[in-house]
Design a protein around this ligand. Structure first.
Ligand code: BTN
Length: 278
């Protein structure tokens, strides 16, 4: 991919991340008003935490070219070679909103952005994985800092396998992972992808903090592949639950109907799609 005219009419090498290029044509109110770029760093979430502790404002963004200690959910490693979008956003949500839903909101924003930009059939797996053709293309890791029950800040870390060939990932991950490059047979503009994602995230986050998010969750449910399937959920504490995923609770948990007919609400965990409801 060479240089081409970006959305704002400027010429950039669009597969090379540039703060200037992201900001050209970014019409958000706060998301991305501060963007810090590291060519290489351990984890964008750690860098975002660092700036949040130094009072970085709501919507400050950290983007990393290559993460050397990328983290996934449930303590897993997250492979983050050059070519992906490894980005973390500092949020300062009010304490009266169900924070767990920020996790869902980030997956929804990515799925919407990928669908719009590339016309691909991106869906969400509860709580916030984004899948295309049943393979994971994006994961998100939400980490918070609290004083008592009051959130000081929340970091939303998003990892999108964008311009990455699957050969750059460990063999054991390849059969369950996909990337934009694999699906589209070309590289995409990382700057445009980041710009559009920040735009979607801000719109959805604003609706959420203002309590005007009913439509958001209807959209989430429409794009959530998990609902209606028989699933297994493994909680971080080693419990395993199986049943039919029936919906999303007001706090963002998964509503599960177990074999004996009881209803469970699982607030967090690793969800495996087993089979369609029988
Ligand atoms: C998962 O699906 O397990 C979550 C993956 C989250 C990866 C992103 S990349 C940016 C940020 N920095 C990290 O170390 N992790 C998140």
């Amino acid at each position: 991919m060479g240089s081409r005219k970006g959305e704002a009419g400027k010429r950039w090498r669009e597969d090379v991340i540039s703060v200037k290029a992201i900001k050209q044509g970014l019409h958000t109110k706060i998301f991305g008003s501060s963007i810090t770029y590291f060519d290489q760093a351990g984890s964008a979430n750690d860098e975002a935490k660092r700036i949040a502790e130094k009072a970085a404002g709501d919507g400050s963004v950290v983007v990393v070219g290559e993460q050397t200690s990328g983290r996934g959910r449930l303590g897993r490693q997250w492979y983050s070679p050059r070519g992906g979008v490894w980005m973390s956003i500092v949020l300062r949500p009010p304490s009266n909103r169900p924070l767990q839903k920020i996790t869902l909101l980030s997956g929804l924003s990515v799925a919407e952005t990928l669908r719009r930009l590339y016309r691909i059939d991106a869906v969400v797996k509860w709580p916030n994985d984004v899948l295309v053709k049943d393979k994971k293309i994006c994961g998100a890791l939400t980490e918070g800092s609290f004083r008592g029950d009051t959130p000081l800040f929340v970091i939303v870390g998003i990892g999108i396998n964008a311009n990455i060939g699957l050969e750059n990932l460990p063999e054991e991950l390849r059969h369950q992972t996909t990337s934009l490059k694999t699906l589209l047979h070309r590289k995409v503009s990382l700057n445009k992808l980041i710009r559009r994602l920040l735009t979607a995230m801000e719109r959805n986050y604003e609706l959420f903090i203002n309590g005007k998010d009913k439509g958001l969750w209807l959209k989430y449910k429409r794009l959530c592949k998990t609902i209606g399937l028989e699933v297994r959920v493994e909680s971080g504490e080693g419990e395993v639950y199986e049943g039919i995923a029936e919906g999303i609770s007001p706090e963002g948990g998964l509503i599960l109907r177990t074999k004996n007919g009881s209803e469970l609400i699982i607030l967090s965990g690793d969800c495996f799609h087993l089979r369609p409801k029988t």
